[in-house]
Ligand binder design. Sequence first.
Ligand SMILES: C[S@@+](CC[C@H](N)C(=O)[O-])C[C@H]1O[C@@H](n2cnc3c(N)ncnc32)[C@H](O)[C@@H]1O
Length: 339
Amino acid sequence: MSNRKLDFQNIEIALGESVRASSTQAMLVEGDSLALLRQIPGQSISLILTDPPYHSTKKQNIYGDTAFEEDKHYLEWMTQYAMEWRRVLKSNGSLFCFCASSMAARLEVIFSKDFNILSQIVWTKPNDPGFDGWKQKMKKEALRQWYPHTERIIFAEPASDGNLHRSPFGHYLKEIRIKAGMSAHELAEKTGLYGRINHGGTISNWEAGRNVPSREQYEKVCAVLLSTGKIESILPYEDAVRPFIMDSSKEFTDVWNFPSVRPYRGKHPAEKPAALLEHAVQATTYPGDIVLDCFGGSGSTAIAALKLGRRAIAIEIDPVWVSRMVARLEIGNKIEKKL
Ligand SMILES: C[S@@+](CC[C@H](N)C(=O)[O-])C[C@H]1O[C@@H](n2cnc3c(N)ncnc32)[C@H](O)[C@@H]1O
């Protein structure tokens, strides 16, 4: 596994004075995340889990939510983020980006230049009456469209250059198989990993990005390819295969039912539920991986990542929320304050 600890240290050096508080596991950073992202070394982040201002909601109390006069300005801004996200993500990394249903399609088009869009998750908010925002209170006769009671989360992986449908892992496997001078058929033969229908099917499915090998299967493939003597080294599993850790006990569909965070004193106006964030982090990272949130808000993503034994970086532009994030994380995680 590549050295996440070193990556984390290098990111802290690159972000310099903008780092407001840090420990070996967490980094809280103050400033404009687009400018700061440009300082982060490439291929150093395993997961971007982030919740930008929605623009469509026009909340005065969220920095940036009313900043864009026209949709196209917001989309141009997000285009720049997408390019930087692609650059800083490891090739087996993942991206979750929250958005409003009205912006999701246009954001997907933008993201699809650099990413394979894997899911558009619909977050339903099964809230109790009285904790349902405007839904109960508003005048239904005043509606001119269906009340938008869901939010969207675009889930994507970095796309391989030149082929938006092939997963980076599939691309990598094909590259090393060809370098080792083997056909998919031969590799299946030597590893005993046959497809049920056609002989090289398992290998072809992996290369086409339809599914991924287990750790044991990957080790067999590595052993066979290395034994040819034509390739010197192969990436370890954690650096090659994008984690997607799922089983039937978990929510495995793209409809996520998590109640919103109930109002409390000092709540961030857009705070996301801990259970939802933990669900996202747990499924898509290995322990020790670095999780980045470019719009840190209350620090909820960082808290979820730390709880699951991952490393966390949260960037926030609003100094009030940076201070609250520092205070909130210090309590549970003993982050050493620098200021
Ligand atoms: C939708 S909220 C995120 C809420 C967060 N997910 C939570 O659970 O608390 C967006 C946050 O991004 C911050 N923000 C807006 N523009 C930013 C920028 N350019 N760089 C960094 N943070 C920014 C806002 O101050 C706000 O706190």
